[in-house]
Each structure stands twice: as C-alpha cells, then as structure tokens.
Design a protein around this ligand. Sequence first.
Ligand code: CKX
Length: 603
Amino acid sequence: MEDSMLYPVINNYRSDEKLDGLWNFKFDPASEGEKQGWQNGFNDGIKMPVPASFNDFFTDKDAREYTGDFWYTKKFFLPIYFKGQDIQIRFGAATHRAVVFVNGQKIRSHEGGFLPFTAEVSDAVKFGEDNVVSVKINNELHRDALPAGDTMTLKNGKRMAKPFFDFYNYSGLNRSVHLLTVPKDRITDYSTTYEVSDEQATVHYTVTANTDADFKVSLADENGQVVATSEGQSGDLVVKDPTLWNVRDAYLYTIEISLIKDGQTVDTYSDEIGLRTIEIKGHEILVNHQSVYLRGFGRHEDSIYAGRAFDINVERRDMNLMKWIGANSFRSSHYPYDEQVYRFADREGILVIDEVPAVGFKMAAASFLGGLDQSFFDGDWIHELYKKHIDQVKDMIKRDKNHPSVLAWSLCNEPDTSTDSAVPYFTKLFNDSAELDPQKRPRTFTLNEDDTFEKSKCKQFPDFFLLNRYPGWYHKWGYEISDGEAALRDELDEWQKSDIDKPVVFSEYGADTEPGLHKLPSIMWSEEYQIELLEMFDRVFDSYDFIRGEQPWNLADFQTVEGNMRVNGNKKGLFTRDRQPKAAAFYLRKRWTKLPLNYKSGQ
Ligand code: CKX
C-alpha cells in the first residue's frame, strides 16, 4: 500500500503517541545484526536520544564517522482498548535507508533519509502487552542514491562517507517516531486548489480514502466559526469575504473532513490551510495576483549535539531570526525538512522553495574531496538513481502539497547540466513530475557557477531560475572582487538579451566568514569582507529587473566534512551556528526591511 503522508492528528478516531526519547542503539559494522537476533530487540546497546543524529554525541572519531549498518530498538505498550484499530509506526526520517521489524517480524524497508514512511504493524503487534520495534538503518552514500556520494573503505577496514555535497552526513532517526492508531476505514490523503479574489475564495478539494464512503467537509476560520461546508469526495468550499493567506501576513483556516460509512462517521481528519494562489507571469512571482520579491536564505537542518535532528527550539529561533532580518522566504536546501518547519512557515507567512534531496549530481562538486571530473549524467548509475529521485519527488509533493507556505518545488541542486547527457534525464524528470501537484506550483532547480547562461543545456526546464553564484569567493576573490562583479554582470547581460521571460532568483551567494575576525581594510574571511561581498551582489541585483529574489547562503554556519576548504564547517552563515548575528546580518536587515514586498513590480 502507498504511504499516507498525512501528518498525525489526535481526535475521536485517531491517536498519536510519540515514541521519542531514549532508544537502545548499536553499530553493526559486519552487518550481522539479524544473525544475532537484534530484530527481536536488545538491552545492551548505547542509550541514544531520538530524534537525533548519533554522530556528535560520541567522543571518539570512529563512532562519529561511522558508516554502515546500525540499529535502534525500543519497547512500546499497546493498551487493549486499541484492539480493532489499525496500528502504524510512522518514522519522520531515517537516514538514509531503513528496515523495520516489530516483535522480530520484518515489516517493511524504506529508502530516502529525509521523508516520512509508515510501517503498518497491525498484524505483528500484541495488545495489552509490551512490543518491540527495531530498525536497521544504513547511512552509506552511493552514486545511485540521494543524496549522491561514495562510500570508501580505508586500509584499516573502516568505512567512510564521501559526499558529493557540502553538508555533514548526519545519520540516525533524525525526526520523531509516532505510534498511531487509525480506523480501518480511513481518509488517506486530501488536496486543495484555490481561486481567490477580495470578495470570494473557492477551495476545490479532493479526498482519498481506502474505502468507498460518503464525505462531509467543512472550513472554519481562526475563531472556529464554520464559513463553508460541502459534501462528496471532491467539491467546492466557497468563502465570502475571505481573509487570504499572504506573505508575512498569514491567515489559516481549518479544513475538517469526515468519512461516513452506513450513515456513521468513522474517521475525521483536520488540517490548517491558507487561501492563496501562486503564479509565475513574465518576470513576476505572484501570490494572490500580487508581485512578490523574495528575500531570505538557503538553510540547513543543523545544530550542535543533535546534528540534523529536527529541534523545535532551533526552529523557533531560526524563524525569529528570519523575521528580525526582514526575510520572507527560504529554500529547504538540500532536502525536505521536518513537517513542523512548514507548519511554522504557514503560520508566519514565509514562502518555501521545497527541495528534494537530489544533491551531488556533479562529479566536480566532489572536488573538495578529490572528486572525478566527468559528467555525472554519463554514469551507469543514472537509471537506478532516477527511480529513487522520482520516488522522492512524488513523496515530497504528496507530503507538502497542502502547505500554503510552499511556493515552488526545487527538483535538484546544482546538477551538471553542461553536457547533452543531462537533457534526457531532466526531460523525464520534468515530464514525470508535471501532474503531481494539484496546485501546479512552479518547478525549478538550482544552476551553479559551471552552468552559466552560455553553458547550461537545461535552461528550457525551470518555470523560474535559481542561480547559485560565487564571484568574490570561489573565483575572483579578495581584491579581485571587482572583476567578479564584472563577470557576473557579463553573464546577466546575456540573460537580459535572451528571450527568456522568467524570473531569476539568486538562491546562493556568499563568503565564508569567521565571526569576530575584523580587518581594515578587509580580507577574506573577515566580517567586513562578508558585507562588501553582499553589497556587491545587491548592486548587481538592483540593476536587473528580471532578478526577483535574493537568498544568500546560508542562514547559519553549518557542519560539513572536514577538509582544507573548511574550518569546522561552512561559515557562510549570516548567523553563527549558535544563531547569533555576524555584522553582515545588520547590513542585510537594513536593506531587507526597506525593500517593498513588490519591489521591481511593474518596471
Ligand atoms: N553550493 C560552488 C551548494 C552548497 C554549498 C555551497 C558552498 C556550494 C557552492 C558551489 O551546498 O555549501 O560551497 O558554500
């Protein structure tokens, strides 16, 4: 059965208990856990917090860098009164592949470390007794998997992850685990599309269920007043004088769906939605038919101790930092984030470019690590990779399609689009994903430095362009920055002269900056240089009408593999890893709080 991506709710028909906390944990370097019977559980492991990445808890390097199989196990009790319900265990994320066992019975496997999956465990559990869930996880990187990389074996026999991407391969149960009870006849999905004006909004809805049934649907405002009702598996909810969801001015309605069998309600599901439309027209990004100029960041789910784990405290702080600096958007670089991030963004009116974990699709990107210089899309791993890629695009869109905050889908980060071999891959990816989102949000990918206007063979695909550009840092750096600006302008002049009538958003640019390093005149890595580099980019952005957004890299410093280009991680953050401002944050705040939301509109 296909995974239901619905976020867990508690109501008269559904229950949700988090299995977070301490689990028993073991490394399994020889992959012999099953032979040892670990699928039945074990008590002699390390006590490991969930949700968390295991890596940074350890004080020895072999454990932190561990690459291979590892196990988590936990007991859970199922009260007798849950008999008659279906029982599910929902994993928010397991990095990167998992096999789930309950009471020793293999339930399912899953590939992909940044999206949820559900184990249907009704036939394996015992009611009124303790049960054991065990998960075997594997965090190796491969070229035919997302995110792409290699796993190498050192001469001493230890394995090591070699990512073709620039973030640490934090691994484990990085998001919450939920024990769910759901009715046998149930709602498995719903979706909405919108038509809006100041006087009226229409919500077109469709419900998916695992049975034939009748449906009632209602919409309530923020005071709990029901403002529209409808019946049937699909239909319209018409709202007079609606309060629309707007950027940094969010308003959420609650949709409630009831599934009725033989005249009896047997399931309900409710969720918060926002009434708004999204379109791209010429150079404009339009929300509710109004032009929006994006400002915000590329981000990471990354913090001290728990690595890539979702931490609601860090997320609260990040949202506040974004509001303080005047941001209105971010990209979920380079993977879909925990669902709670999108719920925050829905509430705060922040737009999200939602990115699938398709990163590292460029051999040269591994050059920090001595990577190969060949076209990624010439490799024989492409077919296997594609299957995983499109599966994860499907899951991401299914999971996030009802969030008003989601503006667009980013289907890849910095792929090598400079050779003809990339074209069939992206033709298929864009064709196969065309119908997945009922709201038909724009689809795009980021193009990096090597994929210039002149060199990229894939400019025909995106609905709008995301450019990652690093003059002033990876080339033409330091005192040469003026040549970097000239080169950037030369490229943008090519875009301007072309017949491409689509918005361009700068989705990455920046300078690594060591907080506290000051120098007059500036040098690279100083706080002064970071400001000078941003000023240079801002001058350029202000000169071109078709640039409709700026998202510097990164909101905060983050961990990467160790290497001669990195001093304890990537330091391009406007904020430190502990979320304090660098001097450049005050500079950006001045700019962004002055820029009108519809900057450049009508020019
Ligand atoms: N873009 C030359 C992808 C990000 C990296 C960023 C960087 C690169 C630059 C590509 O994941 O962190 O190196 O700072």
